[in-house]
Ligand binder design. Structure first.
Ligand SMILES: Cc1ncc(COP(=O)(O)O)c(C=O)c1O
Length: 437
């Protein structure tokens, strides 16, 4: 496989026993110590991706914020690593916001999203001077009440519908997108009208996010052009100066050899250069440039380790290889037919000679993690590894079938430590209340 080095964590090695080693730690030893399924995050990959964003953007643009999209994978320990590298965070709930507080994240580095924020969430944001991305006119109205009650101003960006939809290989420009997120242009104008007369509102600027797992740069160019048009409108019609432009996240990563996302540096060069040149051309002061990468920070850093259980051949059809996790620890194959690259951690030097379909242990026939993939001959007890599970796996994990969610461990410099403990059956039962007759 020629681009495996862009799929596996950057610290990946194979030791003399033919075992996969991550962060200097034998993955088979990790599985034995912490149990499986196990999420493993590689410190070296995390730091490398954070640095690619921090350095890539600040080298090309004067005022930047890289606000990691916490929805991709969040825990206090993980966020501490990202904060050390200078990143901020984008949060969408009270839980994500408190995680940011617990990791000591400065309010100035937090972006608060959500299409249906509760009054309690708005109160929190205003109280702690968190930058709010206002999704709709009703939220703006709620916010005005919250600010009046607290006697404080809100710092806001408006989330816009840029009319660009991009996913992986294709994108479309549409006049109006049927999306639950953000405002169309008529609502944006109403919001700007309100804001221009609202002393409780510190208007910062605009936000736009055009999709996820994006492999092209052109839609981002269109996004910048769209933002420039709205900056001019805000200035010329409403007398409002845009101080911040948030271009969302969405840069893709490699899950399999077939994937070919642009490099982080090319993506950032395009954003920074087109925003800078367009602002200069239109005589607009340069706003702060915010980006919200999720998958491209944590995706490649993570792997999931499973133990092989039953192997069930269906003659003439397929050989099922059952693992001790499945759709509850990785929703993406079922949700989006997502594909991954797989290896056997204790057989890294063996040839892929057998075609398996990897199925989970959940009570759904759709609980299949990979169809017809080639692996070395597997035995019961082998450690089966899925690469690129750092994003949208742990954060989307569920207790379906009263499954105990796996632990997350961080590996680096020959050491491992727990970021999130494995749940126990007692955790799963903890919230039950019942009466006996
Ligand atoms: C508003 C917003 N920002 C950032 C992201 C992060 O996207 P990604 O993980 O694809 O970089 C998302 C993901 O859906 C999002 O909705």
């Amino acid at each position: 496989m020629n681009n495996l080095d862009q799929i596996s964590p950057v610290s990946s090695e194979v030791n003399a026993d033919g075992h996969l080693v991550l962060g200097g730690v034998d993955v088979c030893a990790l599985a034995a110590e912490y149990g499986t399924p196990l999420y493993v995050m590689d410190l070296q990959t995390l730091r490398a991706r954070c640095q690619a964003y921090q350095e890539g953007l600040s080298a090309r643009y004067p005022d930047v914020l890289v606000a990691y999209a916490g929805k991709a994978h969040l825990s206090t320990g993980l966020l501490l690593v990202l904060a050390q590298e200078g990143l901020g965070i984008d949060v969408v709930s009270e839980g994500e916001l408190y995680t940011a507080f617990q990791a000591g994240m400065a309010p100035e580095k937090i972006v608060f999203h959500g299409n249906n924020k509760s009054i309690a969430e708005l109160v929190l944001a205003v109280k702690y001077d968190i930058r709010l991305v206002v999704d709709n006119l009703h939220e703006l109205e709620n916010l005005s009440g919250v600010c009046a009650k607290l006697g404080k101003n809100a710092r806001i960006l408006l989330r816009l519908k840029p009319g660009i939809e991009a996913h992986t290989h294709s994108y479309i420009r549409t006049g109006q997108v049927d999306s639950k997120f953000g405002m169309d242009l008529p609502d944006m104008c109403k919001a700007l009208e309100t804001i221009s007369q609202a002393p409780w509102c510190d208007f910062l600027g605009f936000h736009g996010h055009i999709g996820s797992q994006i492999f092209q740069l052109e839609p981002y160019q269109d996004l910048v052009a769209f933002m420039i048009d709205q900056m001019i409108l805000a200035r010329d019609v409403y007398g409002l100066l845009v101080k911040e432009v948030d271009l969302g996240g969405g840069l893709g990563v490699l899950y399999t050899e077939a994937d070919s996302p642009p490099a982080i540096s090319s993506y950032l060069r395009l954003l920074a250069t087109s925003l800078k040149t367009s602002c200069e051309a239109k005589n607009l002061p340069l706003p702060k440039l915010i980006v919200e990468p999720g998958r491209s920070i944590v995706g490649q850093a993570g792997v999931t380790v499973y133990t092989a259980g039953t192997i069930k051949p269906i003659p003439g059809i397929r050989d099922y290889l059952f693992v001790d996790g499945g759709m509850a620890d990785n929703m993406r194959p079922l949700l989006y037919q997502a594909e991954y690259t797989w290896v056997v951690a204790n057989r890294m030097l063996e040839q892929p000679v057998h075609t398996y379909t990897i199925a989970g242990k959940f009570c759904e026939s759709g609980d299949v993690l990979a169809k017809d993939i080639n692996l070395p001959e597997v035995s019961v007890g082998d450690y089966i590894v899925s690469y690129t599970t750092g994003a949208y796996n742990y954060s989307m994990a569920s207790n379906y079938n009263r499954f105990c969610r796996p632990a997350v461990v961080l590996v680096g410099d020959g050491q491992s430590r727990v970021l999130v403990k494995r749940e126990t059956v007692l955790d799963v039962l903890r919230f039950d209340e019942w009466e006996t007759a």
